[in-house]
Every structure is written in C-alpha cells, then in structure tokens.
Write a protein that binds this ligand. Structure first.
Ligand code: FAD
Ligand code: SF4
Length: 516
C-alpha cells in the first residue's frame, strides 16, 4: 500500500498530460496504467500486422446493446490510444462550446466558453509540438499565438489537391499535426516522414504521443511513480461517501490498495464509466458519483467515414495527413446545418485492403488492388454525433462493459459524403468512386470503432444533469476528478485529443492550486 498526493488512473491523452503537468511540483504522484509499455519492434510499421492482424488492439470483450460480444478497438498501453493515433491535433471551434443546431438535433453548450480553454490549448500545442498554420481555416477559433512549429508541407499530389479545392472556392488548410518533423534540417529531424504514422505506433518515438511527451518527461521527476499492468478495479470512500479513500488495483494479478489526497480517473470514456459504476456502495448505490444517473450516458464517438477515392494520376504521397477542409463544418451550399470536417488519413497500401470486400467488389473488375493502392487518395470525414442519454456504457451482471449505441445525425453524415463525391471529377479523381474503408474504421461492427470515444461523465453546472463540475471534479465527491474525454458534453466534428490534453492542463492548474 502506498500513499500519494495524487493518483492518476490511465496514462493516455488526459492522464499522461496531467502527470507531466503536475510532475515539476514535487508532489508525490502515482500513475496507474493497466497496460504495459508498447513494444518497439519492426512490426510497429507493418501494415499487415497493425491493420489486418490488429497486433496492438488489446484483448478485451465488450457487449453491444443486444448482448452480442465484440472486441473494441482499444489500446491498453503507456500513452493509451495516442500511441496509435493520427496526431491530428485540432482545437474545437469556438462555436462548438456553444449550442449548435444540427439536422439530427441539438449539440449542447459547454459550461465554459472557448475563451476559458484558449490558454490551455496554447499550452497543449506547445507541449505536443503541434505543427500548423494559423489563418488558413475559416472556421479556426481565435488563438493568442502562433503554432509552435510551422505546418507540415504538402507533397505534390496533396498540393495539387489543395489547389483544386481552392479553385472550387473552398479554403483548404494545412492540418495541425503532432509529429516532431524538422523539414528545414532533415538530418537532425526526429520524424523521418514515413507512410506508417496514422494508426501505427511510431518506432522512432517522433510522434507527439502521451508516452513520449507526457509520461516519459513526467518520470524524469523522482516524485512520479508509474505502475504498469496495474488496473484500477474499484474506488472506495469514507463512510459518508464524500471522499475517495482507497484505489483498489489489480497489479500483475495481485490485489493492492493505494491512497491519495486527490484521485483522478482518466481511463478512457468507457473504462472510466466502468470504474465508477463498479465502485457502487451503500452511499452510492448506482455507482460512484452517479446520483444523477448520468455516469455512462451520452456516449459519443463521431459519425466518421474513412473513404478512398481513385486519383487519375498516381498518388505517391508518403505522409498524406497534411490537408483539411472545413467549408462544410457549419453548413453546406444548399444545406443550412453542420456537416462536418474533411481531412486526409494515412496513405493506404495494398496490404491494408485484405478483407475489404467493398473495395474488391466495386473496384476489382476495373483496377487491381495494386493499382488501387498506387492511385488511392484517402479521406476521413467526421460528422458530429449528438449526445443521447440512451447511448450508454453500462455493466452487465458480470461487471462487463455493455455499449448501447445508435448513431445520430446520419443525414448530415450522408450529405458530407455526397458533397465530397460530387467534387471528385474536379479534384482529379475518377468520378463516383468514393469507397468506404471498413477495416480502418473497424465498422464491420460499428460500435467496435471506439477510437474517438467520449462523453460518459459530462461536466456541467447542474448536478442533476452532469457528473462533474466545471473543474472536472465529481459533484458528489470532494477529491475525485476525471480528465479523459468522458467530460465532453458534445464532441464537435474535429478530433478529440488536443481538447483532452488542454483540459488536463486546465484541471492540472486547479489541482496545483488546491494542493498548495
Ligand atoms: C487509431 C486511432 C487514431 C486516432 N487518431 C486521432 C487523431 O488523429 N487526432 C485525435 O485528436 N485523436 C485521435 N484518436 C483519438 C485519441 O487517441 C483519443 O481521443 C485520446 O487518446 C483519448 O484520450 P483519453 O485520455 O480519454 O484516453 P486514452 O488515451 O485511451 O487513455 C486511457 C488510458 O487508460 C488506461 N486504462 C483504462 N482502464 C484502466 C484502469 N481501470 N486502470 C488503469 N488504467 C486504465 C488505458 O490503458 C489507457 O492507457 C485516435 C485514436 C485511435 C485509436
Ligand atoms: S511520420 Fe514521423 S512521427 Fe509518424 S511514424 Fe513516421 S517517423 Fe514517426
């Protein structure tokens, strides 16, 4: 049994960032991570191993709303999901913090304004070495400074694509990227600009992930301890149920307990809900901090589509994720509702197409898979899914995660798809061929694609409708905080990690003040 000032549960975007922010304070910090260090090995950069054989997807079984088991796309390792992420580090739009009317319903306002988060976005962009260019994206929120590093340049086919979008009157921009690339001095650049970035771990530790830029720098401080293979299984409280007194941990198969003045849960949206629901007690019969019955509800994960277009010219791009288009973010030409964000994903290669039936059936008569790979231009379309109380993480009788999810805002998603498809001819692509990439999304079983999971413990000012207050402290407990994407009341249509990182810095400031 150990005693600490702060215990942080989970070392991903939220927890890893928080640990790093708290580390210089000298406070005794325990970081608990259920996974191990992700191994550095040649398979890190093998498309077959990573995408087809799912080498780094952790063994876990969840159940859908009908009780059907599935393997979620989760990554239990130091750094969490950021080890595999595409490192597209977007700020939410200023409007995402307010109420937004969508075709499929209302995206609720956050209890804090964008301006309150802005300084922490700056801090997170510095911490995660974001490369970008302000002033190109018309929907970009106001920023108090430049990106810390210049934008990653487009390769020739993507530059052409950018020009073609501009010729259509759109406003393509350089996507914000968390890679440690120094194009002005490549012999000394940590990042080698390879094709195996988005969805792969970085073998040379040049991706701005929460292991490399969160946990490792935190561990340089003697006051920070990391336990790997340490799963928090329950939180126990004092008799009154107002303070967490112990964190119960399964560490390498042995039961341990640890205590701390402050406990921060950052286990990812589903596992955070699981931990709170598993910690039910006499004072918290529906689960810890769950007097409102909101824990686990309002689960979101983006209404996303990974799609592939066929360029008329070959597309030899290596690092493709450099371009974004937000002209349809808030409305379309003949459509008054938000559609979402268009960005690139990592360049696909033939090895990734194994098992992609739509690709084979729709394209194979005309193109070989090798030709598809040579000409593929890969897009990622994100439409906001709306918080629905019925979309919910709950536990079955054996304590397993069940995930009830029904998509929302589907018409807006379909509009965005059709909008991009209608432009293909003018973008130098074969018309009509905009093919969904199933394996990338894990959407053969849609609920399994939990990469962007968020929203199971939303923050708010009203304890009846939210789990956390605006400091991300549980309304019902004095020393329990949550800093992963669970706190999101809405998910926007851009990638979630930077907002979790920025919020972790924001909450970190509050914790430091509280700890004196
Ligand atoms: C393939 C892929 C691509 C992505 N691309 C992007 C992108 O380009 N841009 C972007 O913004 N986002 C991207 N994301 C999403 C992004 O990675 C997540 O939004 C972000 O990591 C969420 O942070 P988090 O702190 O909520 O959870 P995580 O980063 O997942 O961290 C949770 C951690 O908690 C640990 N844990 C879980 N349960 C327990 C427990 N009981 N005890 C102890 N530890 C526990 C987990 O092992 C994990 O390390 C991507 C994700 C994936 C999988
Ligand atoms: S592109 Fe750079 S950061 Fe990404 S995997 Fe390759 S070397 Fe690592």
């Amino acid at each position: 049994m150990g005693s600490y000032d702060v215990i942080v549960i989970g070392s991903g975007a939220g927890g890893g960032t928080l640990a790093r922010h708290l580390a210089p304070s000298g406070k005794r910090i325990l970081l608990l991570e259920r996974g191990d260090w992700l191994p550095r090995e040649p398979q890190n950069w093998s498309a077959g191993d990573v995408f087809v054989d799912n080498r780094y997807v952790s063994p876990d079984t969840w159940y859908d709303g009908h009780g059907k088991p599935f393997q979620p796309q989760v990554h239990y390792c130091v750094g969490g999901a950021t080890k595999l992420y595409g490192a597209a580090l977007y700020r939410f739009r200023k409007e995402d913090f307010g109420e937004l009317r969508h075709h499929g319903g209302v995206s609720p306002a956050w209890p804090i304004a964008y301006e309150e988060m802005e300084p922490y976005y700056m801090a997170a962009e510095r911490l995660y070495q974001v490369h970008g260019a302000r002033g190109e994206d018309p929907t970009e929120p106001p920023a108090s400074g430049d990106y810390p590093f210049p934008a990653v340049s487009h390769e020739p086919r993507i530059e052409q694509l950018s020009e073609a979008f501009s010729a259509l009157g759109l406003h393509p921009f350089h996507a914000p990227c968390g890679v440690m690339l120094d194009e002005s001095n490549m012999p000394y650049s940590a990042c080698v600009r390879c094709s195996t970035c988005d969805g792969f771990p970085c073998l040379v530790h040049a991706k701005s992930d929460a292991e490399v830029l969160g946990v490792r720098p935190a561990l340089e401080h003697a006051n920070v301890t990391l336990l790997t293979n340490a799963t928090a299984v329950a939180l126990t409280t004092n008799e009154a149920g107002t303070v967490v007194t112990e964190v119960v941990v399964d560490h390498d198969g042995e039961r341990e307990t640890h205590t701390a003045e402050l406990v921060v849960v950052s286990a990812g949206a589903a596992n955070t809900a699981k931990l709170l629901l598993s910690s039910a007690s006499e004072k918290h019969p529906n689960g810890l901090a769950n007097g409102s019955d909101q824990v686990g509800r309002n689960y979101m994960f983006h209404n996303s589509q990974a799609v592939l277009a066929i360029s008329k010219e070959p597309n030899p791009t290596v690092f493709q994720k450099t371009l974004g288009v937000n002209d349809y973010y808030f409305a379309g030409e003949e459509w008054e509702f938000p559609m979402g964000n268009i960005q690139m994903v990592g360049k696909s290669v033939a090895d990734m197409y194994r098992g992609e039936k739509p690709l084979m059936t729709k394209l194979a008569p005309t193109f070989s898979l090798a030709e598809v790979a040579d000409h593929a231009v890969d897009f990622w379309l994100s439409t906001e899914d709306l918080p629905r109380p019925e979309n919910r993480v709950a536990l079955d009788r054996d304590g397993n995660v069940t995930l009830n999810y029904e998509s929302s805002n589907d018409t807006a998603r379909d509009r965005l798809f059709k909008q991009l498809r209608s432009l293909l001819g003018e973008l130098g692509m074969h018309e009509h061929h905009l093919i969904p990439r199933w394996a990338y999304l894990e959407n053969k079983i849609p609920v399994a694609g939990v990469a962007h999971q968020a929203g199971t413990c939303r923050f708010g000012t009203d304890p009846a409708t939210s789990v956390l207050n605006t400091d991300c402290r549980a309304h019902e407990l004095d020393n329990l905080y949550v800093v992963d994407t669970s706190f999101f009341p809405s998910i926007s249509a851009v990638n979630p990690a930077l907002t979790a990182m920025a919020n972790a810095v924001r909450v970190g400031e509050h914790l430091l003040e509280r700890l004196g």
